[in-house]
Design a protein around this ligand. Structure first.
Ligand code: TRP
Ligand code: SF4
Length: 328
């Protein structure tokens, strides 16, 4: 029998999920579920490393994010879905890994330096923030993960996780597979202002937006800035809306849009309507499923509880081996 590969991935609960999250990560998660044993969790402790001053927002997003996952068909029958902080073993493994992780590895971590610079409004000179990748390594090793679907920005963390894995195996005996990152394809998903779609830019189209809001956001979305009047020809390559056509619109129609824009045969309003004809039905099917869950938080909590049980049982097995290796 071929044993399924273990897939482990988490998402910080720091905001609502938007189209960028879907095309950058969740679409991959959904596609991995049949061939692998997947563990997907809300990394609420990781969210605390930066948002510890106001934890209320973290809690707010947990249920909403999980409702989105379920609506996208992250399926609790196939995958283990849970909240990181509900499986306390992650904290124990984090502590033990921290004993053998050299400080230099963490201080050199490029994401650490980068985030310190970018999030200057937050005080991040904390042990928890420095140890972020160690906690991430604990998350992955806990389930003996083989594959970790992540975005580009997490590659450095995965590399650190592999180093920690090798060091653990070398010091105490081989119990963990070296996890590999699985880079999700990252189509360009611009926000309504043309910059990368991101919670911090306030330019997102959320899975939780009602259709009127989606429509309004698309209808006012930035287009090729050089196309000022209806009769001016446009350049789709310079138009953020066209990037959305690339993911939603069938190629035969995309060609017409492209030519229509370049020759000023179509206006931006027509072009946006063509996009909405595709985007809205897709969005509605997710939105309806999401409503089903969000109006029954008990259903979500039951699913998470079930996931916590399965995750905990795996985690206890792993911790049994780890404690034995460390003579604890
Ligand atoms: N650091 C990841 C991010 O910000 C989230 C995360 C936490 C994670 N633990 C993980 C991802 C384990 C993959 C595996 O996206
Ligand atoms: Fe962009 Fe479409 Fe307008 Fe061209 S017609 S500038 S592709 S919105």
């Amino acid at each position: 029998m071929v044993t399924k590969k273990r897939v482990v991935s988490g998402k910080r609960s720091t905001g609502e999920l938007h189209l960028g999250h879907y095309f950058g990560a969740l679409k991959t998660w959904v596609s991995l579920q049949d061939q692998n044993q997947c563990f997907f969790f809300v990394a609420d402790w990781h969210a605390l490393t930066t948002d510890y001053q106001d934890p209320s927002s973290i809690e707010k997003y947990v249920l909403s994010n999980v409702a989105d996952w379920l609506a996208l068909e992250i399926d609790p029958k196939k995958s283990v879905i849970f909240i990181q902080s509900h499986v306390k073993e992650h904290a124990e493994l984090y502590l033990l890994l921290s004993m053998m992780t050299p400080l230099g590895w963490l201080e050199r971590n490029p994401t650490y330096k980068d985030q310190m610079k970018q999030l200057q409004n937050k005080d991040l000179s904390n042990l928890g923030f420095l140890g972020y990748p160690v906690l991430q390594a604990a998350d992955i090793l806990m389930y003996k993960g083989n594959l970790v679907p992540v975005g580009e920005d997490q590659i450095a963390h995965l590399e650190l996780c592999r180093e920690i894995t090798r060091r653990f195996n070398y010091l105490y005996g081989d119990i963990f597979p070296e996890p590999e990152s699985l880079l999700s394809p990252t189509p360009k998903i611009p926000g309504t202002d043309g910059r990368k779609m991101s919670n911090s830019y306030n330019n997102c189209i959320y899975l939780s937006d009602p259709k009127e809001v989606v429509t309004q956001k698309i209808m006012t979305m930035m287009t090729d800035p050089a196309r000022k009047r209806r009769q001016d020809p446009g350049d789709p390559q310079k138009c953020p809306l066209f990037d959305l056509h690339e993911v939603y619109t069938e190629s035969s129609v995309i060609k017409d849009v492209e030519q229509g824009c370049q020759t000023a045969k179509i206006g931006c309003i027509d072009c946006k309507k063509t996009l909405l004809e595709r985007l809205l039905p897709w969005h509605a099917s997710i939105y309806e499923k999401r409503q089903k869950y969000i109006t029954k938080p008990k259903l979500i909590r039951d699913i998470l509880e079930e996931g916590t049980k399965k995750a905990t049982s795996e985690a206890q097995k792993t911790m049994g081996e780890v404690r034995e290796k460390l003579k604890l």
